[in-house]
Design a protein around this ligand. Structure first.
Ligand code: ATP
Ligand code: MG
Length: 337
């Protein structure tokens, strides 16, 4: 069974169950994930252990979002016949690898990680300038997620690049010290490696309250688009606008066809188009785009037993692969008692 799909290169990718997935996930990671599942033996991790590193006070929230995130993946086109979806905490082999890898990383290396630093700024309330061992070390656990599956490729958003670099370093170091077992993974970013938030923030994030979720209703989408940050210099309809300073134009680039986009750009710049019309057109396009995804999601929402079965089978398959890697790791470390 382990070797049945060994001929294909592997992907390990996934999401933290901290909230439903948004359009930033779709264009930043999910779209590639779906497109690549034919060519790669794909493993999709629902990273609940990692989610707990900054949500340890609200474990129910993490639990409640596991199925939401699985449904968002399935609705976006992840096919359980081709891809394996599993829950991180149900593979304790990953936690064990994390312990062994923690000897291969220095504390200062973890403290220098720019993504950890940026996330820490957003979690000031939780950590009060006093970071936990778990949060500082979550990239080590992520290296275990990736290498447990000997993944060749990891499709991710740009924020994850420092973590993939660390995973490469750990794999290399392990192989140098103990002998060749692990695969050094490569990151793959999409055309939209870091989708901005509705508020103009440099990242749309589920924990940042600036996202359009794949499951948002048409009314919610219209409301959110209405509130999006626009060019502050364009006050009246006839004022010439600056598309580069407008979040509505920014999203038009993702949801609007190239010829309409050209018209939008020139009408905005010349003052022939107002922001209200521009926002309505964007909301319509997002709603149309999400409609088939939402229909598919509806199917899974009304068949929770199918979702449970997909998770159960995926986790069982993932466990075999991770256990095999752990066995090889322990053998090299003389831990094969
Ligand atoms: P959290 O705020 O809880 O960390 P998140 O929105 O960052 O949530 P994750 O589950 O951490 O989402 O990320 C899942 C995947 O989606 C990762 O590959 C990440 O790089 C990618 N991703 C998340 N947000 C964006 C974004 N705004 N643009 C592009 N990719 C993104
Ligand atoms: Mg994140």
């Amino acid at each position: 069974m382990l070797n049945s799909s060994m001929s294909k290169p592997r992907i390990l990718t996934g999401d933290r169950p901290t909230g439903p997935l948004h359009i930033g996930h779709y264009f930043g990671a999910l779209k590639d994930r779906v497109a690549l599942q034919d060519k790669y033996d794909t493993f999709v991790i629902i990273a609940d252990v990692q989610a707990l590193t900054d949500n340890f006070l609200t474990p129910q929230k993490v639990r409640d979002n596991v199925k939401e995130v699985v449904m968002d993946n399935l609705a976006s086109g992840i096919d359980p016949q081709k891809s394996t979806i599993f829950i991180q905490s149900m593979i304790p082999e990953i936690a064990e690898l994390t312990v062994y890898y923690s000897n291969l990383v220095t504390v200062s290396r973890l403290e220098r990680n720019p993504t950890t630093k940026e996330e820490l700024k957003q979690k000031e309330k939780l950590f009060k300038n006093n970071i936990t061992y778990g949060f500082l070390g979550y990239p080590v656990s992520q290296a275990a997620d990736i290498t447990a599956f000997k993944a060749d490729l990891v499709p991710v958003g740009e924020d994850q690049l420092p973590h993939i670099e660390l995973a490469r370093e750990i794999a290399r170091k392990f192989n140098d010290i103990y002998g060749q077992v692990l695969v050094e993974p490569k990151a793959k970013v999409s055309n939209f490696p870091r989708v901005k938030g509705l508020d103009g923030n440099s990242k749309m994030g589920k924990s940042l309250n600036n996202a359009i979720y794949l499951s948002d209703s048409p009314d919610t989408i219209r409301q959110k688009v209405k509130m999006a940050f626009t060019d502050p210099q364009k006050i009246r309809l006839t004022d010439p606008g600056h598309p580069a300073d407008c979040m509505v134009y920014y999203y038009h680039q993702m949801f609007t066809n190239p010829s309409d986009l050209k018209v939008i750009e020139s009408e905005c710049q010349s003052g022939a188009r107002g922001c209200v019309a521009c926002k309505n057109q964007l909301a319509d396009n997002i709603i149309d785009f999400l409609s088939p995804i939402q229909q598919k999601r509806q199917y899974y929402q009304s068949h929770p037993e199918i979702v449970d079965q997909i998770i159960k089978e995926g986790t069982a398959k993932a466990k075999l692969v991770a256990a095999d890697t752990l066995r090889q790791v322990k053998e090299k470390m003389f831990l094969n008692y």
